[in-house]
Write a protein that binds this ligand. Structure first.
Ligand SMILES: NC(=O)c1ccc[n+]([C@@H]2O[C@H](COP(=O)([O-])OP(=O)(O)OC[C@H]3O[C@@H](n4cnc5c(N)ncnc54)[C@H](OP(=O)(O)O)[C@@H]3O)[C@@H](O)[C@H]2O)c1
Length: 491
């Protein structure tokens, strides 16, 4: 499989410069999107062909097929004929081109020993039968067939992967567009695709892999990691794990899996065949996924919640690395909590993991949540004594050695509210906010105004991510690279 960096630049000079940079980074090929040039001319084609032709695909897409700028049909025809004459490695023409012209390109390309890619871009989702039929039509006209189709669900992407595996004796590219379709790109080598189209100077298609990721999964041993949830709000996990995979040169990618609850079980059962080796699990599936595992580790079993899944030869083991992340970050902060009074705000999965760790550290724990019944259920889930109070009572029931916010209150994009009355900070020694975006949350800002020390959830996130990475890959986590990626994502 060749990795082609897609170059969409306004001038031929800029395109050449960007293409050279991508080839230096390791791309096998570049795809020049001639339709992105401001005024594409035969002179531009000549310049690009003489500079980098043998390592380039020339593509001139029409607006109806996703082209950047309108070039009229006859001018496009003249440019495509010229591209077929010039020493490009491949020329891409659309299946919808009229048959006579397409035959002319095929003949000319053949006489100049280059490969004609005949391509089709669906504008709306299509059934695997329809996609297969169009791919066959492309293959009948060109040396290489390329079909791109929007994909809305992981099931649709998996169907495309099956279709690609059926065509593995042909020369083709079959791309699922959009975040759900990234799986088809991750498995491009495994499914025998001719070309992986990766981001060159800018993303030109939804779900396109970055050049580094595309180069990593060039091998047939490529594997997939990802985050499972619905909806997938903005998490830093993709940035952190992509940086880790890149730092230790592993042939993997980290993808978003936005899966409907009804499809969770079937997704987990097919994941192995899709080379998914590991998953993070986030809201709202941590408990549900725990019930679907073949095995649970100690913390996941105690909490009946899984945030990390390791898949190996059809066996799914659930772990809870939130506990490790929280415990390790407490240690790195030097917080010793034996006999100390801690208030945990929130009663969801994160609060449960936090209470679990705090009890084991020997702390005296109380829980406050805006919905009382949920707090009661959390308290009841533990054999040890856990106090229960309403958020409004928090100031009066202090002092607190530690206040942990285990709610999303204060997260970027949400209303800047505090999960407990601000007055509680007058009687609190240290604030630990699990929220990490923004880095200074409203609760931490309020604490700072009072001279109360605190931390956000970034260190916990990093520690839990490091442990997940080690469970999936068996390699030590490149912690500094992961931390840098998290800081960059937070900036
Ligand atoms: N730093 C890390 O590594 C890390 C790890 C895990 C989680 N987290 C963060 O921790 C937070 C909670 O996660 P989770 O998995 O426990 O979520 P969850 O299961 O959905 O629980 C959310 C909890 O927060 C409460 N809540 C939601 N919005 C609130 C608001 N505006 N004011 C007061 N309370 C509110 C909910 O109260 P009700 O019961 O009343 O709905 C519920 O108790 C999230 O922001 C998550 O990103 C961070």
């Amino acid at each position: 499989m060749h990795v082609a960096a897609v170059i969409a630049a306004g001038t031929a000079g800029e395109a050449e410069q960007q293409a050279r940079a991508c080839l230096r980074r390791g791309a096998d090929l570049v795809e020049f999107r001639i339709d992105a040039l401001r005024h594409p001319t035969a002179g531009d084609l000549k310049r690009l062909a003489s500079a980098l032709g043998p390592r380039a695909i020339a593509t001139l897409r029409s607006p109806a097929q996703g082209g950047f700028r309108g070039v009229d049909r006859d001018a496009r025809h003249a440019l495509l004929l010229e591209a077929c004459r010039l020493p490009f490695r491949y020329v891409d023409a659309e299946l919808t081109t009229d048959a006579e012209r397409l035959a002319e390109y095929a003949k000319l390309a053949k006489s100049r020993a280059k490969d004609l890619i005949v391509s089709h871009h669906f504008s709306a989702p299509a059934s695997p039968e329809e996609v297969g039929g169009i791919l066959d039509a492309c293959l009948a006209q060109g040396r290489v067939g390329k079909v791109a189709v929007p994909v809305a669900t992981v099931e649709e992407a998996a169907a495309l992967v099956d279709l690609a595996r059926d065509r593995s004796s042909s020369r083709f590219a079959l791309v699922g567009m959009g975040a759900a379709g990234m799986l088809t790109r991750a498995l491009a080598a495994d499914t025998g695709q001719e070309i992986q189209y990766a981001t060159g100077n800018r993303e030109t298609a939804a779900g396109q892999l970055g050049l580094d990721a595309a180069l990593r999964v060039r091998s047939k041993d490529a594997f997939v990691l990802g985050i499972l949830g619905r909806p997938l709000g903005h998490s830093f996990s993709p940035e952190i794990h992509e940086a880790a995979l890149q730092a230790v040169h592993l042939p993997g990618v980290y993808l978003p899996f936005d899966v409907a609850e009804a499809s969770l079980e079937s997704f987990l059962s097919t994941a192995d065949g899709l080379h998914v080796r590991g998953l993070n699990v986030t809201i709202p599936y941590k408990e549900k996924v725990a019930g679907l595992m073949d095995e649970l580790d100690g913390d996941a079993e105690a909490l009946e919640a899984v945030n990390t899944v390791v898949l190996h030869e059809g066996w799914a083991k659930g772990h809870n690395t939130d506990t490790y992340g929280f415990r390790t970050s407490l240690r790195s902060l030097g917080l010793r909590l034996g006999g100390r009074r801690v208030l945990v705000v929130g009663a969801g999965g994160a609060a449960k993991a936090v209470v679990h760790v705090l009890l084991r550290e020997g702390a005296e724990v109380a829980v406050a949540n805006r919905t009382a019944v949920r707090a009661e259920a959390l308290v009841d889930a533990f054999d040890d004594d856990v106090g229960l109070l309403a958020p409004e009572e928090a100031p009066r029931k202090g002092p607190w050695d530690l206040l942990v916010n285990a709610t999303p209150a204060g997260t970027a994009g949400m209303e800047a509210v505090l999960p407990v009355p601000e007055a509680v900070l007058d009687r609190t020694a240290f604030v630990y906010d699990l929220v990490y975006n923004p880095p200074e949350t409203p609760l931490l800002a309020a604490a700072k105004r009072r001279g109360v020390r605190g931390t956000n959830g970034l260190e916990m996130l990093l520690q839990q991510a490091a442990q997940s990475f080690e469970l999936w890959t068996g390699k030590s986590a490149p912690y500094e690279a992961m931390r840098r990626a998290a800081w960059e994502a937070a900036a």
